[in-house]
Design a protein around this ligand. Structure first.
Ligand SMILES: NC(=O)c1ccc[n+]([C@@H]2O[C@H](COP(=O)([O-])OP(=O)(O)OC[C@H]3O[C@@H](n4cnc5c(N)ncnc54)[C@H](O)[C@@H]3O)[C@@H](O)[C@H]2O)c1
Length: 353
């Protein structure tokens, strides 16, 4: 099996979770915490980072192993990452940094790299876009660079790329796979909320109102203090959660504040109201605490291996199954359970898309 050659746009907390996870599961022969130790014949040791782009002077020019633990990243150092031999290049900043996040990011004065050229020279299979929420131009720039380089594109940000018709057609015409949008964490607020609602609705509970509000201390939390970006992310999350129930209910979901002392932790509060048999009331109140970096890394190792399979099968345009299972705002929505089934069928070759 050939290695999976991955380029990263945005060396933030999710990239740190991904890279540390690759090292962790390569060094330790355990499957604890993993959805799949082997997926389509690939283990995590088959994932190779071949290029990376960021804008922060504390990351640009550094080996990725150093960049992932440079501030303002706050996902902890779980495992020592040896020198990878790949330096972070300077990507164009565009709208990547929101006004609130500009207090924490130090923009590098290095010249912008020729991203498409580097993607070609490094023989990357795919570019994983991990630029901040609301950085629409930044995300679109990396999608275009992937097309120019003739490689697959994974959009983890909420910018509509896989769910956007024009971008989908561009990738389809180029014969390249595309997945997204907005990564769905392994044990994050959205997937847990959807799972709870799905089970309750299937049990015949009449669901009425629900919220899931969180606070976080990561850079992404600071970024979403920007009103426009917060509202944008909320819409994506609320749409994703609403689709878990086959009828209309009141859903509110999103980040409410940034608390630096939380580091990379995210604390979510879930509340669900409905009625059960004979109209009897049901209220559920849950508190959940998790880390964004590892939560993202866990799903990225699934997406990257599944994308390699899509590339090998020359899947063109948005890959419906990978997107439905691993992202909050896919081109085609389905239930959480069916999304998982589509994903498994795609990996086994029982589905073409
Ligand atoms: N659990 C998760 O990690 C998770 C879950 C769902 C969605 N996402 C999405 O993934 C993305 C990354 O999340 P994160 O927590 O790693 O964010 P982060 O804020 O920790 O990292 C973002 C990185 O992008 C860099 N950046 C900004 N503009 C750039 C540009 N123009 N070019 C290259 N780099 C640029 C920043 O300097 C920073 O290093 C976000 O869009 C987020 O919404 C992550």
């Amino acid at each position: 099996m050939s290695k999976i050659r991955v380029a990263l746009a945005g060396v933030g907390n999710a990239s740190s979770g991904l890279i540390q996870g690759i090292v962790y599961y390569t060094v330790n022969s355990t499957n604890e915490g993993l959805a799949n130790q082997v997926l389509g014949g690939y283990t995590l040791a088959d994932i190779e980072i071949v290029a990376a782009f960021d804008v922060d002077s504390r990351k640009v020019g550094k080996d990725i192993s150093e960049a992932i633990i440079a501030p303002p990243n706050s996902f902890p150092s779980v495992v020592p990452v040896p020198n990878i031999g790949v330096k972070v290049d300077k990507g164009p900043t565009l709208d990547g940094i929101s006004a609130p996040a500009s207090e924490s990011v130090e923009i590098s004065t290095a010249a912008d790299a020729d991203v498409a050229k580097i993607l070609k020279e490094t023989n990357a299979d795919m570019l994983v876009c991990l630029t901040p929420t609301g950085g629409v131009k930044a995300c679109e720039f990396y999608a275009q660079a992937s097309l120019d380089a003739g490689i697959g594109f994974v959009n983890c940000s909420p910018t509509p790329i896989a769910s956007n018709r024009n971008w989908s057609i561009k990738f389809q015409k180029a014969g390249l796979p595309l997945v997204g949008d907005d990564l769905q964490s392994q044990a994050g607020g959205t997937v847990v909320h959807k799972g709870l609602l799905e089970v309750l609705a299937n049990q015949g509970v009449n669901l009425m109102d629900t919220y899931q509000l969180d606070v976080s201390g990561g850079l992404e939390g600071l970024n979403t203090l920007d009103d426009e970006r917060r509202i944008y992310k909320r819409r994506v999350k609320e749409t994703s959660i609403s689709r878990a129930v086959p009828y209309g209910i009141n859903v509110t979901s999103g980040t409410t504040d940034y608390l630096e002392f939380l580091g990379n932790r995210r604390i979510g509060h879930f509340w669900i109201k409905g009625t059960t048999f004979m109209g009897q009331p049901l209220t559920i109140d849950i508190r959940m605490e998790s880390l964004d970096g590892s939560n993202g890394g866990a799903v990225l190792v699934e997406v990257i291996r599944a994308m390699k399979i899509a590339l090998k099968r020359v899947t063109a345009g948005p890959v419906i199954s990978i997107s439905a299972h691993c992202f909050k705002y896919p081109p085609v929505f389905t239930s959480r359970t069916e999304g998982q089934r589509w994903f498994t069928e795609f990996i086994k070759g029982e589905r073409t898309n």
